[in-house]
Design a binder for this molecule. Sequence first.
Ligand SMILES: C[S@@+](CC[C@H](N)C(=O)[O-])C[C@H]1O[C@@H](n2cnc3c(N)ncnc32)[C@H](O)[C@@H]1O
Length: 221
Amino acid sequence: MRIIMPQSSVKSFYEKAMKNRISTQENLLAPVTMDFLKVLSNFPNGIGLRAIDLGYGYGNYSIEMAQKGFQVTAVDYVKRDYFEKRLGDTVLSGKITIIERDLNIFTPEERYDVVVSKDVLHFLRKSKVEELINVLVRQTNKRGWHYLVIFTDIRRKSGDGNEILIENEAQLTIEDLLNLINFNYHNWKVDIKVEPYQEKDRSGKEDYFKANKVTLIANNQ
Ligand SMILES: C[S@@+](CC[C@H](N)C(=O)[O-])C[C@H]1O[C@@H](n2cnc3c(N)ncnc32)[C@H](O)[C@@H]1O
């Protein structure tokens, strides 16, 4: 049997995780990855530069960029208060503009030097993933970078063996994603890493979530 979960259940899951600072299976509270730090190391500092973090979650990627001086736009559909509270009155709060919005109805309007979206885009409609990648490639400045981590070929299985899908999720295959990348990233230097990925469910059942985890690091050289 296939069970289709509403998008609202994803939103409430992450809202609960943010509110209670619960580290989910994806380890939301984890520090930023070495790959991402390597991307940022291309910028001696980010003062005067602009970045966007799509699906910021707990906010570590936005904070890392703001600490480097970037002006950051952070978008997620969870309530903004959790992140606002975390930033408090610090100088970082002036560096990060929080937008509380469903990415399915968000269109980036600025030009950016760094674009980050980690473990998020697979939740969106396929047409919106295509549109966002296309728009963000065109709106990234020369020498800018993209750091995207996207799951493809997702299989979720409940304890009783049912297949679980999320309403309107992209359901990208690795071929879909590679085609999308080839189609959009002309004249960029693109590195792609594909890793098999597996997550337990909350009760510890081993193969609840299986997918290919695709990391794209691209430079508009
Ligand atoms: C796995 S977490 C990743 C968080 C963060 N990027 C990180 O790696 O630490 C996925 C995030 O995407 C957000 N998200 C999922 N679907 C979304 C949508 N349609 N619009 C806005 N945010 C969404 C969730 O609220 C959650 O914060």
